[in-house]
Design a protein around this ligand. Structure first.
Ligand code: TYD
Length: 222
């Protein structure tokens, strides 16, 4: 595949979605073809699934949740992510498989081997080339999500979890960082939007330079 697959991860309230929009426009400005996307809900079917199991008051079993995130991902990879990578685009996804590892694995308590099997099935093994984890103390992240709700944004089911749940989720993400330090980078998200943006742009510029020396030449003449 000729494109590059970048994913953003973080606990809710880490500011990654804003950063994703800003990175996408920065890369477009530099002449790249970019597909910004997200999970769950990046495809029409995914959006319907998202509404059905995330934006509902109905009790959803943990297994149904795990499989529905996988179904959303299978559709997303097959119809959006892979075709865009084949066209040479930079795909930037707001969440991907690491979220299942962290939320359904560590958060809900599914064994690592089960989660890995399901991820493998849903993605046919497609892994991101680079993942940025937006790290923020849990208390600050929760404060941000509560402020959003006060501002009128609706809470989904995952936003209603306890601090203990998010502590486990964050630890799981940090475990991936320790295991795959080349791919999975931790970004300090505890700063102003423009400070964090600088960190993101620096990392991505270096990554693109490494993977394509031609691009490095373009950047160094800026
Ligand atoms: P969303 O409103 O998109 O949250 P955010 O803007 O914080 O990404 O809701 C997605 C929620 O779904 C979020 O709480 C994380 C959760 N999630 C999982 O539990 N497992 C997964 O595999 C994915 C992709 C998301």
């Amino acid at each position: 595949m000729r494109g590059k697959f970048i994913t953003f991860e973080g606990i809710d309230g880490s500011g990654k979605s804003t950063q994703l929009r800003m990175l996408a426009s920065e890369l477009r400005f530099r002449g790249f073809q970019v597909l910004p996307t997200y999970e769950p809900g990046g495809t029409p079917l995914g959006r319907r699934l998202r509404e059905a199991f995330l934006e509902t008051e109905e009790n959803v079993s943990p297994l149904a949740e795990l499989l529905l995130f996988a179904a959303d991902r299978a559709q997303h990879v097959n119809f959006l992510v892979k075709p865009a990578l084949e066209e040479g685009k930079i795909v930037i996804s707001d969440r991907y498989s690491d979220a299942t590892f962290a939320y359904q694995g560590a958060g809900r308590g599914f064994p690592e081997s089960t989660v890995n099997q399901i991820i493998q099935l849903a993605t046919s093994g497609l892994k991101p080339d680079l993942t940025l984890f937006f790290d923020l103390p849990i208390e600050k992240a929760l404060l941000r999500t509560n402020n959003r709700t006060d501002a009128g944004e609706r809470k989904n089911r995952m936003d209603k979890e306890t601090a203990g749940f998010y502590v486990r989720v964050r630890e799981a993400y940090l475990k991936i960082a320790a295991k795959e330090p080349e791919r999975f980078l931790v970004i300090d998200a505890d700063g102003s939007t423009s400070e964090v943006q600088m960190r993101v742009v620096n990392i991505v510029t270096e990554f693109l330079g490494k993977s394509s020396p031609e691009q490095e030449k373009i950047f160094s003449h800026e």
